[in-house]
Design a protein around this ligand. Structure first.
Ligand code: GDP
Ligand code: IMO
Ligand code: MG
Length: 443
């Protein structure tokens, strides 16, 4: 019953899409468990680049069952746009894409509230993606959300919409002085989405549990990252869901005892999009070099990503709250050009030394990182697939990060493409060959 959860260990964009696509080779089911179309997961196959927002990154493997779990918030317009984008590139998914009937819908008023709230916050803004994620999760928790299943029952949908839109419009107009949302227009629009999406809606928790009982391999795809988690991240500069491994249980409807492995995705340096503390941020030419070489621009919003050195306090925190059994270190090749590399091992804050991340955000904002310095390797690692072929100094960097984080790497990524990877340990332990090797077709 192997269930492997893949979680971002930093502030998102660690390269989860690439690793999920790679691991899908050995999986039967790939399931997103939280977040929405705030995510942007890039998969590069040969010369083709795909950016997945809501659809699991396993979709490029024909025959893999892809699931959008109950923990995800779904903007049906965004989902249909993504489906059409894939269809136009000959990626078909009838029969192998399912959406949980319990997944909550992102409604136009969620997006309007998200944008108005950010505007009102001014320089205290979160820097959200403006996709309505926070307000949709707020409705879910306050029990006024509308779910995929409701979309399929027009009378019930109308009733829920009428109640909620009256409140939302009052809030939008009276509090934010923003435009209200037209109920009839929303109703007609969403009924159109219902016709298109109906056949994909299912009891996905039942399906996943039945598959697990049969010994099928499930890959749970996390979006965002540990430090954007609403509980364990740099609150309030976080997203509104639970990207950490526990979120896979609630977000898919599986018991914690079903999870057999948790893989953390660790970028070889750090990036962050949006506002919030980032102790190792580099606002100099090294930061710019990382941004350029790593093509660090948001896959969803196109915003430049803030860049900085790797922070092992950030990684250790992620190891603790997720229980990583292994990590995948990504984008090692981006560091090829650097003369030396710094690794954050603790902080100095108001004259006091911290070996771990302080939980008070007010402290974290004022922290100065304590670094160790390692020599750069100054040669290309792009596309290397064997550990022994890495420059010795690159191996030393990997080993130092591994020792300081307390977790062994299973994969090292040396380029955006699927095949640009060093595999040190196969995931889904106990299985040696890719799933249904003869039949499996990658597109
Ligand atoms: P995700 O949100 O975690 O899936 O990550 P994103 O797709 O938002 O950002 C990661 C970016 O790095 C994408 O453009 C990937 O194609 C790219 N990428 C992933 N792994 C590597 C790698 O090992 N080396 C390089 N140079 N790029 C990579
Ligand atoms: P993937 O899955 C990086 C950030 C936003 C903002 C904060 C809250 O591609 O790693 P939200 O719209 O979620 O309410 O915004 O979270 N954020 C991400 N940053 N990668 C992501 O996803 C992100 N999804 C949200 O920039 O700071
Ligand atoms: Mg991303």
């Amino acid at each position: 019953m192997p269930v492997l959860v893949v979680v971002g260990s930093q502030w998102g964009d660690e390269g989860k899409g690439k690793i999920i696509d790679l691991l899908t080779e050995r999986a039967d089911i790939v399931a997103r468990y939280q977040g929405g179309h705030n995510a942007g997961h890039t998969v590069v196959v040969g010369e083709d680049e795909f950016i997945l927002h809501l659809i699991p990154s396993g979709i490029l493997h024909k025959g893999t069952q892809c699931v959008i779990g109950n923990g995800v918030v779904v903007d049906p317009a965004a989902l249909i746009e993504e489906m059409d984008g894939l269809l136009s590139r000959q990626i078909t998914f009838d029969g192998n894409l399912l959406i949980s009937a319990n997944a909550h819908l992102i409604m136009p008023y969620h997006k309007a509230i998200d944008i108005a709230s950010e505007q009102r916050k001014g320089n205290r803004k979160i820097g959200t993606t403006g996709r309505g994620i926070g307000p949709a999760y707020a409705d879910k928790i306050s029990r006024s959300g509308i779910r995929m299943a409701d979309l399929l029952e027009p009378d019930l949908f109308r009733e829920k919409l009428t109640t909620r839109i009256a409140e939302a419009n009052f809030f939008l107009e009276q509090f934010y002085h923003a435009q209200p949302v037209d109920e009839n227009k929303v109703f007609d629009e969403y009924m159109g989405y219902a016709r298109r999406l109906k056949k994909y809606v299912a009891d996905t928790a039942l399906l996943i549990n039945q598959a697990v009982a049969k010994g099928k391999k499930v890959l749970a795809e996390g979006a965002q990252g540990t430090h954007l988690d609403v509980d364990h991240g740099t609150y309030p500069y976080v997203t509104s869901s639970s990207p950490t491994a526990g979120g896979a249980c609630t977000g898919l409807g599986i018991g914690p005892n079903r999870i057999t492995e948790v893989m953390g995705i660790v970028k070889a340096y750090t990036t962050r999009v949006g506002e919030g503390p980032f102790p190792t941020e580099l606002q100099d030419e090294t930061g710019k070099l990382l941004q350029d070489r790593g093509r660090e621009y948001g896959a969803t919003t196109g915003r430049p990503r803030r860049c900085g050195w790797i922070d092992t306090c950030v990684i250790r925190h992620a190891v603790r709250v997720n229980g990583f059994t292994s990590v995948a270190i990504t984008k090692l090749d981006v560091l090829d050009a650097l003369d030396e590399l710094k690794i954050c091992v603790g902080y100095t804050c108001k004259g006091k030394q911290y070996g771990e991340m302080p939980s008070e955000i007010s402290l974290l904002v004022d922290c100065t990182p304590n670094y160790i310095t390692m020599p750069g390797w100054k040669q290309s690692t792009i596309g290397i697939t064997k550990y022994a072929a890495l420059p010795k100094k690159a191996q030393a960097y990997i080993e130092k990060i591994s020792r300081l984080s307390g977790v062994k790497p299973a994969l090292i990524s040396t380029g955006a493409r699927r095949d640009e990877t060093i595999v040190l340990e196969q995931p889904f332990k106990g299985t040696t060959a890719p799933r249904k090797k003869a039949k499996k077709k990658t597109r």
